[in-house]
Design a protein around this ligand. Structure first.
Ligand SMILES: [Zn+2]
Length: 435
């Protein structure tokens, strides 16, 4: 039995999928115009872990997990203009980087990765349906969702109307009947990416993308809708309203799950604040994907996660300890305590504490792999991949020592230490390990 905190109901609820043989989960994916930072990686790792748990309980084929790729957006258009290339060049580049970075963190690819630009027909159809039902209107080449037509609008974020208007950060455009109305379709100028539609050549708004793709790939009501906490308003409020109105009042999702932010001191990590650390930068600095994954899972997913060098160092030390116990044992049965912790609203800190208490190597291996950890050979973990370069430096250090150039020998040792490589001089010669 899995219990999950439902952001809509504001309480932990027992997870009861519509059909346990065909469970559906949708997570809002990346807008692909730049490298992912470690805050962007948190939802990918959290929902990957939830997907592993669901498959453990219900079977490997029980879950269809969709994560979309937003590949049409004003920021993408701006990036393409800045480089004088087609937007598809930008989106292909950064989608590949995103997948590369997430795979390095042990995130399995979702079952379905719908791309907005490939699903315009479904969006146009849903917008048409919303106009037909009196929930949307066309004006000046735009189509807007009419918030006043939906009495339940605002029920998710529980915002007052004034806060919703301020939160939407809208300029009150002349074509809007109400400042809170939001865009479903907007016109594209000549030379800007766009598609023909009944309302003229243009492109979809962001919110309609998810509603239409969920309907297309997973159905009208899905089991779990996930994303970062910052998406509750306006994105998920709007997705929910569109889908509910288009589908005769049916709920978009049975459970809504949201992860907290990764923060840097007092501030949320975000591109607009300029305080981001790229996943690629952390990997290039020599941190392993598993270390970063464990760091991301070290706090409960709904709590804020302060990102510090100390957290990364502690995560590395924890993994060193686990690898020392598990070594190269074959994976056995998963520990019940780890499953119980994860099944209680994905309590990964408790699951980690349980891992640390498992003495049996094969049980530890299997339980850690549920969390996407201990996936490397222990030897490769401790020695690292770049042993040739290290051995060349050790050889140079031996030569320096032989000619009694101890300053040079120490310099080489210090350089290796600063890269996390520890040398141990013994009677049989010098060996090395990762510190
Ligand atoms: Zn979405």
């Amino acid at each position: 039995m899995i219990r999950l905190y439902d952001t809509l109901e504001r309480e932990k609820r027992t997870f009861e999928p519509g059909d346990p043989k065909r469970i559906t989960m949708y997570v809002c994916g990346p807008t692909v115009y730049g490298r992912a930072h470690i805050g962007n990686a948190r939802p990918a790792v959290v929902f990957d872990t939830l997907a592993r748990l669901i498959r453990h309980h219900y079977g490997a084929d029980s879950l269809t997990y969709a994560r979309n790729v937003t590949d049409v957006d004003d920021k993408i258009i701006a990036a393409a203009e800045a480089e004088q290339v087609d937007p598809a060049v930008i989106t292909a580049r950064y989608e590949n980087f995103y997948l590369e970075d997430m795979r390095a963190l042990g995130v399995r690819d979702p079952d379905i990765a719908p791309h907005a630009t490939a699903e315009i027909g479904a969006m146009v159809a849903m917008i048409g349906a919303l106009i037909g039902k009196g929930n949307a209107y066309a004006a000046d080449g735009h189509v807007l969702f009419e918030v006043a037509s939906d009495p339940d609008y605002g029920s998710f974020s529980r915002r007052h109307r004034d806060a919703m208007i301020a939160g939407a950060r809208v300029e009150v455009a002349p074509y809007k009947r109400d400042p809170a109305d939001f865009i479903l379709w907007k016109p594209s100028a000549d030379g800007v990416i766009g598609w023909d539609s009944p309302w003229g050549r243009g492109r979809p708004g962001w919110h309609i993308e998810c509603s239409a793709m969920i309907r297309e790939h997973l159905g009208e009501t899905i089991d779990i809708h996930g994303g970062g906490l910052d998406l509750i308003f306006p994105h998920h409020e709007n997705e929910m309203a569109q889908s509910r109105c288009a589908h005769g009042g049916k709920a978009l999702a049975r459970y809504w799950a949201h992860n907290g932010f990764v923060d840097m001191g007092a501030d949320k990590m975000s591109k607009s604040l300029g305080n981001v650390i790229g996943v690629d930068e952390l990997l290039a600095a020599g941190h392993r994907g598993e270390t970063l994954r464990l760091a991301l899972l070290s706090s409960h997913y709904r709590s804020p996660l302060p990102w510090t060098g100390k957290l990364v160092a502690q995560s590395k030390a924890t993994l060193d300890g686990l690898y020392r116990v598990a070594r190269d044992a074959a994976a056995g049965a998963v520990d019940d305590g780890v499953i119980a912790a994860l099944s209680d609203d994905l309590n990964t800190p408790l699951a980690m504490a349980r891992l640390g208490a498992i003495g049996d190597a094969s049980a530890l291996k299997a339980s850690a792999q549920m969390l996407g950890l201990l996936t490397m050979d222990a030897d490769a973990w401790f020695r690292g991949g770049d042993s040739e370069g290290i051995e060349a430096l050790m050889e140079a250090r031996a030569v320096a020592k032989a000619r009694r150039d101890f300053a040079e020998a120490d310099r080489i040792r210090d350089a290796l230490t600063s890269e996390g490589v520890l040398l141990e001089d013994g009677p049989g010669g010098t060996t090395w390990r990762r510190g």
